[in-house]
Design a protein around this ligand. Structure first.
Ligand code: ADP
Length: 243
């Protein structure tokens, strides 16, 4: 359903992604692990066209796109089919939770306001925020703000949702609530690509774990295999440090 081939990206002289290829099936939950600086976020941002790759091809649905030379029309087409959950939530501070979720539907998808409101209310109920819909972000905890971010992503019913370290800005006691919303999405068959250090989530929810280091995919496989029988020395070293 989504495939990328030979994605490259450099910042100045530093090669951050070196020919990364990846295939995602419908309903996959792909967890990307790896040390800091290995290129995980850059890969995710390139997939969402928030970063322009230096080369690579993306196949999404029945379209094939040159990731370096995609037209703004093609980029808009990809954005309509994907959603992004940011580490720092990226909510509009001057909009309520409900308005934040609605905006993705009205401004983002051209939906009528009353239908957008109905869908946004359901998405907020699904993430357990039925009693916080009219709150501004400043009056919500980090965990609640991130659940608004997830509701905003779910509401547009994208083909795939990208999560960039969605719990790493949260106080430890708020992480569980966000992860359980993500696990529910995974169980509902939503296709997700998640950069995270949450090993328990990776073990329990991932259909595939990808270990990146130095801008390449070093190892990939089902979580049980990667965690208990990693093939590569670099994976073993990383897991020893983190588990
Ligand atoms: P990870 O998510 O695995 O920690 P990143 O993709 O964030 O890794 O970063 C990979 C490398 O690219 C790092 O060395 C980082 O400093 C560099 N990098 C990321 N974004 C930029 C940028 N906008 N400008 C310059 N260097 C960047």
């Amino acid at each position: 359903m989504l495939e990328i081939k030979n994605v490259k990206k450099s910042f100045g002289k530093q090669e951050v992604l070196k020919d990364v290829s990846l295939r995602v099936e419908k309903g996959d939950v792909i967890v990307i692990l790896g040390p800091s600086g290995s290129g995980k976020t850059t890969l995710l941002r390139s997939l969402a066209f928030l970063e322009k790759a230096d080369g690579g091809v993306m196949m999404l649905g029945d379209k094939s796109l040159d990731m370096h030379n995609a037209s703004s029309k093609d980029i808009a087409w990809v954005r309509k089919r994907t959603a992004f959950v940011f580490q720092n939530y990226n909510l509009f501070a001057n909009k309520t939770a409900l308005e934040n979720v609605m905006l993705g539907l009205t401004a983002g998808r051209g939906m009528k306001k009353d239908e957008a409101e109905r869908i946004a209310r359901k998405a907020l109920r699904d993430v357990g925020l039925e009693d916080r819909m009219d709150y501004y972000p400043s009056r919500l905890s980090g965990g609640q703000q991130q659940r608004v971010g997830i509701a905003r992503a779910m509401a547009v019913k994208p083909d795939v949702i990208f999560f960039d370290e969605p719990t790493s800005a949260l106080d430890p006691e708020l992480v569980g609530g966000v992860l359980s919303v993500m696990k529910k999405l995974a169980e509902d068959g939503v296709t997700m690509i998640v950069v995270t250090h949450e090993m328990k989530f990776a073990r329990e929810a991932a259909s595939k774990v990808i270990f990146m280091d130095g801008g390449v995919i070093v190892e990939e496989g089902d979580p049980e295999t990667v965690f208990t029988h990693p093939k590569e020395a670099r994976t073993r070293k990383f897991l020893r440090r983190i588990l």
